[in-house]
Design a protein around this ligand. Structure first.
Ligand SMILES: [Mg+2]
Length: 298
C-alpha cells in the first residue's frame, strides 16, 4: 500500500471493515477539531444510533469531566451521552478508586475534572506542602490553570516521598484554535526525567484502556445478539487520527485500527509508522473521515 494514494477506495474500505460490529471512536480529530464538529461526524454518529451499532468515545481529552464533554458536544450538535464516553480522566479516576481506595492522592486536574474523583481522598496544595506529606499516587492530567510550576514541584516531591507517578496520558501536543498546543504528556515526561521513575499511563495508548472500553462494548453486543456468534475484539475497530496512540495501540489490544485523515496526522506520519521497525506498523484501513467509515459498515 502506498500512502501516496489516500484514502483507501470505498470498495476496499468496505472489505477491510467487513464484520465490524462496534466502534471505538477518538474524539479530537475524528469527531471534533478545534472545538467544531468535523464535517459529517454529527450525521455519522446519528447513523450509528439509528442502526444500533454500539460505540464508545475513547479519548485522552481530559480537560473536563465526561458530563461536561457531553454537554459541550451537545452545544455544537454532537449528541453523546456521558456513559458512552471513556476518557483518560475517567479511567484514571476508576483506576485510583480500585487501586488505592481511601488513600491520599494528589491529582492535577481542573475543578470540573475533580468531580470524576468524587468520594476519593484528594489532598490539596496546603496538605501537599505540609512537612512529611505523603500520597499513594500523583496523577498528572490536563489543565492549563493547574499544570503550574508549584503543582508540578509538589508532584515531584510526593513521588520522591514514595507516591506512584501516574499520567492520564502522554500526548505531547494537540491542535487548538490557536494552533499546536503543549499537552500534559510533556510534563509527565519532565517528571519522569526528574524523578527517574517511569509513569504509569492510564489513557491511550495503554492496552488496558482499550481492553476495558472494548469489553463494555462487547458486553453490549453480546447482550442483544444470539450466543452462537460471540463477538471478539477483532469485531471492533478503533477509529483515530493519531497513528500511534489510536491506530497502532488499538491494534496491539486486538482491535482493528482505522486511520482517518481529518486530524493531526497525515501521510508523513503514516510513512514514519510504516518504516519504524519497533512499535511501528500500518492501519487496517485508511478513510477520509468518520463519515466514510460509517458509510462503509455493512
Ligand atoms: Mg485524536
Amino acid at each position: 500500500m502506498s500512502t501516496s494514494q489516500l484514502p483507501d477506495p470505498p470498495e476496499l474500505l468496505r472489505q477491510q471493515l467487513r464484520g465490524v460490529r462496534g466502534l471505538l471512536l477518538d474524539l479530537d480529530g475524528v469527531s471534533v477539531l478545534k472545538g467544531r464538529p468535523i464535517p459529517g461526524a454529527i450525521e455519522a454518529i446519528a447513523e450509528l444510533d439509528r442502526r444500533a451499532i454500539p460505540y464508545r468515545i475513547v479519548t485522552n481529552t481530559s480537560l473536563v469531566s465526561r458530563r461536561t464533554l457531553s454537554r459541550q458536544g451537545a452545544s455544537i450538535g454532537l449528541h453523546i451521552p456521558p456513559e458512552r464516553i471513556t476518557s483518560a480522566l475517567s479511567a484514571s479516576a476508576a483506576w485510583t478508586r480500585r487501586t488505592y481506595p481511601g488513600q491520599p492522592l494528589f491529582v492535577i486536574t481542573s475543578a470540573d475534572g475533580r468531580t470524576e474523583f468524587e468520594g476519593q481522598h484528594l489532598i490539596d496544595a496546603a496538605e501537599a506542602d505540609a512537612p512529611g506529606a505523603r500520597a499513594a499516587a500523583v496523577v498528572i492530567g490536563d489543565s492549563a490553570d493547574e499544570l503550574t510550576y508549584p503543582n508540578l514541584n509538589r508532584a515531584f516531591r510526593l513521588v520522591l516521598g514514595g507516591a506512584r507517578l501516574v499520567g492520564m496520558h502522554r500526548n505531547p501536543w494537540w491542535l487548538t484554535p490557536a494552533g499546536p498546543t503543549l499537552d500534559s504528556g510533556a510534563f509527565v515526561r519532565g517528571l519522569e526525567y526528574a524523578t527517574e521513575q517511569r509513569a504509569l499511563i492510564v489513557g491511550k495508548p495503554a492496552r488496558t484502556f482499550f481492553v476495558e472500553a472494548a469489553s463494555e462494548l462487547l458486553g453490549e453486543i453480546a447482550a442483544r445478539e444470539d450466543r452462537s456468534a460471540r463477538p471478539s475484539r477483532r469485531d471492533l475497530a478503533m477509529v483515530g487520527d493519531d497513528v500511534w496512540t489510536d491506530v497502532l495501540a488499538g491494534q496491539r489490544a486486538g482491535l482493528r485500527g482505522i486511520f482517518v485523515l481529518t486530524g493531526k496526522h497525515g501521510p508523513a506520519e503514516l510513512d514514519r509508522a510504516a518504516a519504524r521497525r519497533r512499535g511501528g506498523g500500518r492501519p487496517d484501513a485508511i478513510a477520509a473521515s468518520l463519515a466514510q467509515v460509517v458509510a462503509a459498515l455493512d
